[in-house]
Design a protein around this ligand. Structure first.
Ligand SMILES: [Zn+2]
Length: 264
């Protein structure tokens, strides 16, 4: 190899590498991935409650825009599969975590956050808060928040770094709703769900969810990450979203730094 040829090759490789670094595809290794189309900042002050299954209003999503939410984790067996699928498709989701398993698997909580997903809150042990006294219900909520914050940042604060909360079973009372609104914590319902608490095959799960989405055409979708049938369905569901021109919107709290959260 001549010196000139070597130099030319080096400069070609350098130019090629610059091109790759500058191209959006570098952020998403799979060229035909579903991707995340945009980031939506949610401000609890102006958007205290969302989700048409529980409230009259929801997020300002356009036709064919969906938000993926996963409840009841962290759950190592299924989360590893789910995180891998989301990463492969460059999709970002919101995980409503339960405090007790979060305290048992803090490394998984940190991994979910490190992979760019939003970490939200779902109580300490998933009690039905509707049948608890208000102070006990707030205690369940705060213990859950503190456990997740401890896993994330090593600090047992009851001020969530992402002020998003979802009631177990969507069972709420005016007193707990008011308490959360006064603390600037947005309450999430859902616009549609997969009913994945009912046992079914991944194929049945996919059919049910896509049929519902074809009716709703957009919305906050509720899934459960500990469910094996949901984890098994997810690759086909994300492909279906892409093939049917749906776009995934990633939620973040208003005011959050999104420098590294460029849409992919
Ligand atoms: Zn739940």
């Amino acid at each position: 190899m001549t010196r000139n040829f070597s130099a030319a090759l080096c400069s070609t490789v350098a130019a090629w590498m610059t091109l790759i670094a500058a191209a959006p595809a570098a952020e998403c290794p799979r060229k035909d991935a579903l991707g995340t189309s945009r980031i939506l900042a949610v401000d609890p002050a102006t958007t205290p409650r969302v989700g048409l299954k529980s409230f009259p209003q929801t997020l300002p999503l356009a036709d064919h825009e969906v938000v993926l939410t996963f409840d009841d984790g962290p759950w190592p067996a299924t989360d590893r599969r789910i995180l891998a699928v989301l990463a492969q498709e460059c999709v970002r989701a919101t995980f409503f975590l339960i405090g007790k398993p979060a305290s048992e698997h803090p490394e998984l909580v940190r991994r979910i956050a490190a992979e760019g997903h939003t970490i939200a809150h779902h109580t300490w042990t998933h009690h039905n808060l509707k049948y608890m006294k208000p102070e006990a219900a707030i205690g369940e909520i705060d213990k859950g928040i503190a456990a997740v914050e401890t896993a994330l940042h090593g600090k047992a604060t009851t001020t969530p770094s992402t002020p998003f909360f979802r009631f177990p079973f969507f069972e709420m009372t005016p007193a707990t709703l008011d308490a959360l609104q006064n603390r600037g914590i947005a309450v999430f319902g859902a616009d549609l769900w997969a009913s994945d608490w009912n046992p079914m095959t991944p194929a049945q799960q996919l059919k049910l969810l896509t049929e519902r989405l074809q009716v709703a055409r957009k919305g906050i979708i509720l899934l459960h990450d500990p469910k094996a049938q949901t984890a098994a369905m997810l690759p086909a569901f994300l492909r279906w979203l892409r093939d049917n021109r749906y776009r995934v919107v990633h939620l973040v709290p208003a005011g959050a730094k999104t420098v590294s959260d460029k849409p992919q």
